[in-house]
Design a protein around this ligand. Structure first.
Ligand code: SER
Length: 317
């Protein structure tokens, strides 16, 4: 991994992954790909090349791959679960037609490809406790359908054409840099902003609803480590369960209360997000990722809460 294109570089994951790759891969060229209306700014713009890279424009993507001799593509373009339910055709276009464009370019030009999957790739008939790596995947959401199909299509390009595709199933990602947009797990980010700003938090997810979650530094580490993993050790490719913690709204509220004792939360449940959350695992088994490429998270709920509150106090002062 030397010359990298990050598609979706201004999004929740991309904004931090692009900077981490630029800082950590010596002699690297990391191109920040973006769509019009989501232009990179500040350090993201100043620290390396940036190009318009819309996944639905295959010829443009091929030009960028040629221009920068790209060897690895991080394909982070996606509509999150709740937005994808509101715009299912757009979600299909970005997540499926976009992926097909990327895989074809990767096949022709010899690039490795990372396309994140998600807890959304599971559905109501999946075992919700200790969800295995290989299990029933019959999601009912457009987001989930595109994630399962992405896993299958990526594995197909590996087995049929030898394209080096690899992926992880991200849980809800919690970060203090760029907000997520339109996901079901967004509440676990929004709750920290409300707590630090002294606002009463209206929680859209009901008490007792457990989902896997992860702090962004661990998600970035996973995205890089999986692409650097020894391919001879990989039994799976698309896509590995990974998790750091599992909690419901009451547990994260209590974790925050230990640091911000006057924090207040009430429930204003959102039926769309609740139905999606109910169909997802409560907690995943990530032993295959641990065994095949050494996955291990650094943060748990307590250490993430301490770090989030500190970072947001600095950011919001
Ligand atoms: N965080 C995503 C969502 O909530 C799941 O991968 O849509």
């Amino acid at each position: 991994m030397k010359n990298v294109l990050v598609i979706g570089s201004t999004g929740q994951i991309g904004s931090e992954l692009t900077m981490k790759l630029r800082n950590e891969i010596s002699g690297s060229m990391v191109v920040a790909g973006y769509v019009k209306g989501a232009e990179p700014k500040g350090i993201l713009l100043d620290s390396g090349p940036a190009e318009v890279a819309d996944v639905t424009d295959a010829s443009r993507l091929a030009e960028i791959v040629d221009k920068y001799k790209i060897d690895t593509i991080y394909n982070l373009a996606a509509l999150l679960s709740a937005v994808a339910e509101a715009k299912p055709l757009m979600a299909w276009d970005i997540q499926m037609n976009g992926l097909l464009n990327i895989l074809e370019i990767a096949r022709e030009k010899g690039c490795a490809v990372f396309t994140p999957s998600s807890i959304g790739a599971f559905g109501p008939s999946t075992p919700h406790q200790n969800t295995p790596q290989d299990t029933i995947q019959r999601p009912k959401t457009m987001y989930g359908i595109t994630k399962v199909a992405s896993e299958l299509l990526s594995d197909y390009y590996f087995s049929k054409y030898g394209v080096d595709t690899r992926s992880v199933r991200f849980p809800g990602l919690i970060s203090n840099v760029t907000l997520p947009g339109g996901g079901t797990t967004d509440y676990a980010v929004d709750i920290y902003y409300a707590a630090v700003e002294g606002r009463d938090f209206a929680c859209p997810i009901q008490a007792g609803t457990f989902m896997d979650m992860m702090y962004m530094p661990d998600a970035l580490k996973a995205a890089i480590d999986i692409m650097n993993a020894d391919p001879s050790k990989l039994i799976h490719r698309n896509s590995f369960n990974i998790t750091s913690m599992s909690f419901d709204p009451e547990i994260i509220k209590n974790a925050i209360l230990r640091h911000i004792p006057d924090f207040k939360m009430h429930y204003e449940f959102d039926p769309v997000r609740q139905a999606i959350a109910d169909s997802w695992p409560d907690n995943m088994n990530d032993s295959c990722a641990r065994e095949e490429w050494g996955w291990k998270p650094d943060f748990d709920l307590e250490s993430m809460t301490v770090d989030m509150i500190k970072a947001l106090k600095n950011k919001l002062k």
